[in-house]
Ligand binder design. Structure first.
Ligand SMILES: Nc1nc2c(ncn2[C@@H]2O[C@H](COP(=O)(O)OP(=O)(O)OP(=O)(O)O)[C@@H](O)[C@H]2O)c(=O)[nH]1
Length: 526
């Protein structure tokens, strides 16, 4: 019992542990997979939204650049034969700058790059030869151009959009160009600046050299992108989405799209952690919806596990008291509903049967005299106790074979044994249901007669004595017996007194010459 309690796990606890572990692991696994799937969905969605937005901004920027070039082309066609008209040139540069707000400054030069008209005039370029990268490129290429970003002579970071001017004979006579100052408010910042920035997402524009052309943080415009593990992939592709670490070491979801006419790339990015905020709510819902199923599964496993362990538990309990005479019936009642428990039940039942047979045999052996098969003194005493307990009156005949020593001496011990056996059978002839024959000594017997008074007992004793006298014993012939007769009833003598008086009566019978019956009277008892 103590071993069971201290060291051995019980089956139902093991099964409970198993049920809890399996349920928790399954639940955790399902939550984890759900979390991963939802996270992937949110990330893919955000990447797609950012890509689509970048693509839309790219289209808008492309349209803006095309329209800017168109405006310059239109002016260029107007100037074809009016390069000498300085007032008209001035009018045109002002119109171009102020009408559309596309350019921060506008300039018209002659074919050597000398500025013929400038708007605004504050640039101080009028009459001077332009030497900036954009101007030199325009003069050399003599075609519509959008320059790479460069720093102008008056220290502005800008891009220069220009269109050549040809006279009616198709001779190159100069160019008209507009600048977009990247670090100052411009049409590009107006287009891109409409983005909603509050959740940590933002837009920036880079060229293929990774130089930043637009950024909400104005100080970063003109810088080159470094420490960004996704930028190389971005500048290699036309359009797409990528999860990256930005220059501040933050996980971002970037969507990007190329502006074909300039090879600039618009990147829209939002922080991963902000994108994943709805995940908490989603997971709470998943937990709430999964919980009833989890509880149901747990109850099902627990119930089923208990049903499996129940017959084993009951069989184990019953196996503790196999000596109980009722145990057979109790085990029969156990519902062994599956094959293994049924086999176990059958095995225990046959074990119980065997055990009970052996116990019965041992009990019989412990109460039987092995030589004669009569009851022994122990069985006789048990019987006495039972009768006293039930207050059942009875008499006893205390019988002793006369001169039995001579039988042994004359014919040998084996013959003596045979006489004892035959005498036992003879006494049994006087035995009714409820009576008992016991061999209480070597050649001593007691015949217990239930519900028989002393006088009747004496008559039985006499008949028995005469029957013995008349019996022919193998080899030996005739023998005789002496018998002491005593009786017990409630409120008479004690059992010990009754036994002792029977012995004394027997002794008296021997004393009076043997082969006789003597009733235990008060005289004898004394
Ligand atoms: N064959 C045999 N003899 C036994 C057994 N038990 C006791 N005896 C013998 O029974 C004899 C009893 O002898 P005693 O007590 O002297 O009595 P008795 O010879 O019968 O004489 P009384 O009783 O005085 O008539 C002894 O010789 C014992 O050895 C037994 O199981 N088998």
């Amino acid at each position: 019992m103590s071993i069971l309690k201290k060291n051995v796990l019980r089956l139902n606890r093991l099964i409970l542990f198993l049920a809890i572990t399996v349920t928790i692991l399954t639940f955790a696994n399902s939550l984890y997979s759900n979390y991963e799937v939802q996270k992937e969905q949110l990330v893919l969605q955000a990447l797609e939204v950012n890509r689509a937005y970048a693509s839309k901004l790219s289209d808008t920027t492309e349209v803006f650049l095309a329209s800017s070039q168109q405006q310059l082309s239109y002016t260029s066609s107007l100037l074809s034969n009016k390069m000498g008209d300085e007032a008209f040139l001035k009018e045109e540069v002002d119109r171009l700058r102020l009408q559309t707000n596309s350019f921060n400054s506008v300039v018209i030069t002659d074919d050597t790059g000398i500025a013929k008209a400038v708007s605004p005039e504050t640039t101080g370029l009028l009459g001077r030869q332009l030497k900036s990268v954009g101007s030199l490129e325009a003069l050399e290429e003599k075609r519509s151009l959008i320059s790479k970003p460069f720093i102008s002579t008056i220290k502005n970071l800008l891009v220069f959009i220009s269109t050549p001017i040809f006279d009616p004979k198709n001779n190159y006579v100069g160019f008209v160009g507009g600048t977009i100052y990247l670090k100052k408010p411009n049409i590009l910042s107006k287009i891109l600046g409409q983005h909603y920035y509050e959740n940590g997402s933002y837009i920036y524009v880079v060229d293929k050299q990774k130089q930043i052309l637009y950024h909400p943080d104005i100080d970063r415009i003109g810088d080159y992108v470094t420490n960004n593990d996704g930028i190389d992939e971005i500048i290699m592709s036309q359009e797409g989405g990528i999860v990256l670490n930005n220059s501040y070491g933050k996980n971002m979801l970037a969507g990007y799209a190329n502006i074909p006419s300039t090879d600039w790339i618009i990147i829209t990015q939002s922080p991963l952690n902000v994108t994943l905020i709805p995940l908490t709510g989603i997971m709470e819902k998943v937990i709430l919806r999964t919980m009833p199923m989890v509880i149901g599964v747990f109850i099902f496993i627990w119930f089923f596990a208990r049903a499996i362990s129940r017959p084993l538990q009951l069989l184990a309990e019953k196996a503790k008291s196999l000596d109980n005479p009722e145990v057979n019936e109790e085990i029969e009642k156990i519902n062994s509903w599956y094959a293994e428990s049924l086999s176990l039940k059958k095995a225990i039942l046959s074990g119980v049967k065997l055990l009970h047979n052996q116990i019965g045999q041992l009990q019989r052996d412990s109460e039987t005299d092995p030589l004669t098969g009569a009851n022994n003194r122990r069985a006789f005493q048990v019987k006495l106790k039972k009768l006293v307990l039930l207050e059942q009156p009875f008499s006893i005949l205390s019988l002793d074979i006369d001169y039995f020593k001579q039988v042994n001496d004359n014919y040998g011990h084996n013959v003596g044994d045979e006489v004892l056996k035959q005498q036992t059978q003879l006494i049994h002839r006087f035995c009714r249901d409820g009576d008992m024959v016991a061999r209480t000594g070597g050649e001593e017997f007691i015949l217990l007669l239930k519900d028989v008074e002393l006088n009747d007992a004496y008559l039985v004793a006499e008949r028995l004595r005469i029957a013995t006298e008349q019996e022919v014993f193998d080899t030996v012939g005739h023998i005789t017996v002496s018998i002491g007769v005593a009786a017990w009833s409630k409120n008479s003598v004690s059992i010990d007194e009754m036994l002792s008086s029977a012995d004394k009566a027997l002794y008296e019978a021997k004393g009076q010459g043997r082969n006789r019956c003597i009733i235990a009277t008060p005289d004898i008892t004394k």
